[in-house]
Design a protein around this ligand. Structure first.
Ligand SMILES: [Ca+2]
Length: 333
């Protein structure tokens, strides 16, 4: 299958998600493909061998509390079984709640699909310079210059270990996309779904008690290997919240791959994104690629400069011609 084939299949995937009901398209409780070894469900008995719990994490019968509503806590849970699926979808039921008033709570939950596990650090309780994918449910605005987006804010980041997560900017420079979502202190259940299939990463949220998915992130050109680990972590700082995971359910997606794709060693893929989404041009085209050459700031500047120069040159030439004519006219009279 050549480039066109890949393009066609991406379009088809998109067609089903755009014209079908979004909630139908996402794997909805299809237990046939539920992968128990990668799932965490109530009452969490017998998952001790499949999940590790670290830090402030507290496991009860009805929730896994990554952090309590107290300052300077960090906690995480990590699947012990590496994921060998090429196409998957993770459904997470979570609950962020606390006594802090508006803007006086933090910091949020991070969901992970990474090479390393159980390595504590500054990124919502996990290590920085991570290798893999994270979906960040950031409840506290650190960047007071970024007032064009409201918080809580959900974003995605893929890292090959070279990039540091910038807390001060809420990760804006490294994010692949994101959306605002009211995920805190809701009376109803709140859900998030992450789908990775055929190089496309889609994040959906269901947080408004409507029982339907709303698209949050949808980007193509994402490369992730098999063999990484699922996890969730959370951290509090000066401000806090209860960060609870109710369930994590992993579904296998039945997707056909070309023989070339099948023959590739998927465990050797380095995490990457072919095109980073600039916050300014968020428009993608139906092929799943972002618009090739949007007018960036300096291109617009060059264009303006050229037009300005053109106008000046025309003006000068015009003035000279006018003056010559005047002189000629003078001689005739
Ligand atoms: Ca933040």
């Amino acid at each position: 299958m050549g480039h066109f084939g890949a393009l066609l299949s991406t379009s088809l995937v998109l067609l089903t998600s755009r014209f079908g009901s979004v909630s139908c398209d996402l794997t909805d409780g299809n237990t046939e493909h539920l992968k128990r070894e990668h799932s965490l469900t109530k009452p969490y008995q017998g998952v001790g061998s499949q999940w590790d719990f670290w830090g402030s994490t507290l496991v009860t019968n009805s929730y896994v509390r990554l952090t309590p509503d107290e300052r300077s806590k960090q906690g995480s849970i990590w699947n012990t079984v590496p994921c060998l699926l090429k196409d998957w979808e993770m459904h997470v039921q979570f609950k962020v709640h606390g006594s802090g008033k508006k803007n006086l709570h933090g910091d949020g939950i991070a969901l992970w699909y990474t090479r390393d596990r159980l390595q504590a650090g500054p990124v919502f309780g996990n290590r920085d310079h991570f290798v893999g994918l994270t979906i960040l449910l950031d409840t506290f605005r650190n960047d007071l210059h970024g007032m064009d987006r409201s918080f809580p804010y959900i974003s995605a980041m893929v890292n090959n270990g070279s990039v540091s997560y910038d807390h001060g900017k809420d990760g804006r420079s490294s994010e692949m996309g994101g959306c605002s979502a009211e995920i805190r202190n809701r009376d109803h259940d709140t859900y998030l779904a992450i789908r990775y299939s055929k190089g496309r990463l889609t994040v959906m949220v269901d947080v408004d008690d409507k029982n339907e998915w709303r698209e949050c992130i949808d980007v193509g050109g994402v490369r992730l290997p098999t063999g990484y680990f699922f996890g969730a972590s959370a951290a509090t700082g000066d401000l806090s919240d209860n960060h609870d995971i109710i369930s994590m359910k992993l579904y296998q997606l039945m997707v056909e791959h070309s023989p070339e794709e099948e023959n590739q060693d998927w465990s050797k893929i380095e995490p990457s994104v072919s095109l980073l989404k600039s916050p300014k041009d968020n428009i993608d085209d139906p092929t799943g690629n972002f618009r090739g050459t949007p007018l960036t700031g300096w291109k617009v500047f060059l264009l303006l400069l050229c037009s300005l120069l053109g106008i000046v040159v025309c003006g000068v030439v015009g003035a000279v011609v006018f003056q010559k004519r005047q002189e000629r006219n003078k001689r005739f009279y």
